[in-house]
Design a protein around this ligand. Structure first.
Ligand SMILES: [Zn+2]
Ligand SMILES: [Zn+2]
Length: 194
């Protein structure tokens, strides 16, 4: 074997194992949201989506998202910022915000998603009411799974315990928890080509 071939063989052996087929979900904090929350939601997202979870660089809260008249932040403008920050190697990017966010025609939202661009956001701001650390963590994980579910093409559910139930308030959010109903579990797998 010539020296060149030996080098080549070493290089090939040194490569990483066959590409992992697990999708990658990146999680970013937006503005001054708690970075510890990434560690809180990561295990739940890992299980719900069978994904590899990575921490994305912080995303600044876009100044343009502030709506003076509403005294709230536009979820759509935050989604635009996330879409700009998203890297091609990430299947999804979800941002954790800690401000009062809205969508047009709604008084407020817990979160929002853009399936076309594969980005989602949820906010801790309205999840703290009456919650200790454990309940806040569960609510955050619930919102994260719900919004990421939308990015995989899932719609709202008529099963009150399915994570895709549309929560009007925190008691509905607490009731539904982080799990998909069997129909949505199936649809999620189909939409992801499994
Ligand atoms: Zn929803
Ligand atoms: Zn469902």
């Amino acid at each position: 074997m010539r020296p060149f071939s030996v080098l080549l063989a070493v290089a090939v052996l040194g490569q990483a194992p066959a590409p992992v087929t697990k999708p990658t979900i990146a999680v970013a904090v937006i503005g001054n949201a708690s970075r510890a929350m990434i560690e809180t939601v990561a295990p739940v997202l890992r299980e719900a989506f069978g994904a590899r979870i990575v921490t994305a660089p912080d995303v600044a809260l876009p100044l343009a998202s502030w709506n003076e008249w509403r005294q709230q932040y536009s979820a759509n403008t935050i989604l635009d910022a996330l879409a700009s920050a998203k890297r091609p190697e990430w299947d999804r990017l979800i941002g954790i915000a800690d401000v009062n966010v809205y969508l047009p025609d709604l008084n407020f939202v817990f979160g929002a998603a853009d399936a076309r661009r594969g980005v989602a956001v949820f906010s801790l701001a309205r999840l703290r009411a009456g919650a200790d650390e454990a309940l806040l963590s569960r609510r955050a994980a619930t919102e994260a799974v719900h919004e990421l579910g939308h990015t995989y093409g899932l719609s709202h559910c008529d099963q009150p315990t399915c994570v895709m139930w549309f929560s009007n308030n925190l008691s509905e959010s607490d009731r539904k928890g982080t799990r998909f109903c069997p129909a949505h579990e199936k649809q999620l797998a189909e939409n992801r080509g499994e």
